[in-house]
Write a protein that binds this ligand. Structure first.
Ligand code: DC
Length: 231
């Protein structure tokens, strides 16, 4: 898997990683894979069609029907049985469902190939929970986002209200807390920072500041590569 540069961005739910990833993708003109949408897709499909998540055969059957196609803005969209399902995936309920299905070995292993297929020139911003630890351990740059739970819940609550969706701050806080715990406690590929990741606490940082810092780090890692310095 190549000289094509990959920036791995992992972290807690609603820690700002997706917003930063989108901006990075725009700035560097790299493709953008939000791997959460894959787990959300399985959660969504699992709700529609009852699948036995312990059965590798059934999970494989579902995943064979999933295609990732980049849109004009370079972000991969999910097609299931040739239908774009991306817009159905962003509710908190599907997020929780995604966190549950993500604990299954068959799901994680079978999604690996699909994620690897997203590495395309000129580069990839890969965002999720295990991009730096498991899916792209050789990524050029690894960032791990954390942020205070209350601040994340407020951000998410505001986003939902702005998009015209009903939201209750208390239940958003609970859902985020439950999701953090289930992502950190699962046995396979739990949410944790890679040893060589740079930790960013986005609680009190502006998006632009974080973006500038990451771009700076990326330029440094590129220069190190060019000069043959192992970073
Ligand atoms: O990033 P997100 O909120 O869209 O992710 C939804 C859930 O999917 C998350 O709670 C855990 C799971 N997930 C995962 O296990 N591994 C990833 N790389 C991305 C998401």
């Amino acid at each position: 898997m190549s000289e094509i540069p990959i920036i791995a961005i992992d972290g807690l739910a609603s820690s700002g990683k997706t917003s930063v990833s989108k901006l990075l993708s725009k700035k560097l003109k790299f493709y953008f894979l939000d791997s959460g949408i894959l787990y959300r897709s399985i959660g969504y499909i699992h709700k529609l069609e009852s699948i036995d998540l312990d059965s590798e055969k059934e999970v494989k059957n579902i995943i064979n029907n999933i295609k990732l196609i980049p849109s004009k803005n370079l972000q991969f969209q999910v097609f299931y049985k040739n239908k774009d399902i991306t817009n159905f995936l962003y509710s908190e309920e599907i997020g929780l469902q995604a966190s549950i299905v993500s604990q299954y070995k068959s799901v994680r292993e079978l999604l690996l190939l699909l994620q690897h297929s997203c590495v395309q020139s000129p580069g990839l911003i890969a965002n999720g929970r295990d991009m730096g630890t498991k899916v792209f351990p050789k990524a050029k740059l690894k960032i791990y986002f954390i942020a205070d739970l209350k601040i994340r819940a407020n951000r998410r609550h505001k986003q939902l209200l702005e998009s015209g969706t009903n939201s209750d701050l208390e239940s958003i806080t609970k859902m985020l807390r439950d999701r953090d715990n289930s992502d950190k406690d699962r046995t396979i590929s739990p949410l944790k920072a890679a040893d060589d990741a740079i930790i960013v606490d986005s609680s009190n940082l502006k998006l632009d500041t974080v973006l500038d810092k990451i771009l700076e780090l990326y330029k440094i890692s590129e220069a190190c590569n060019k000069w043959g310095i192992i970073n």
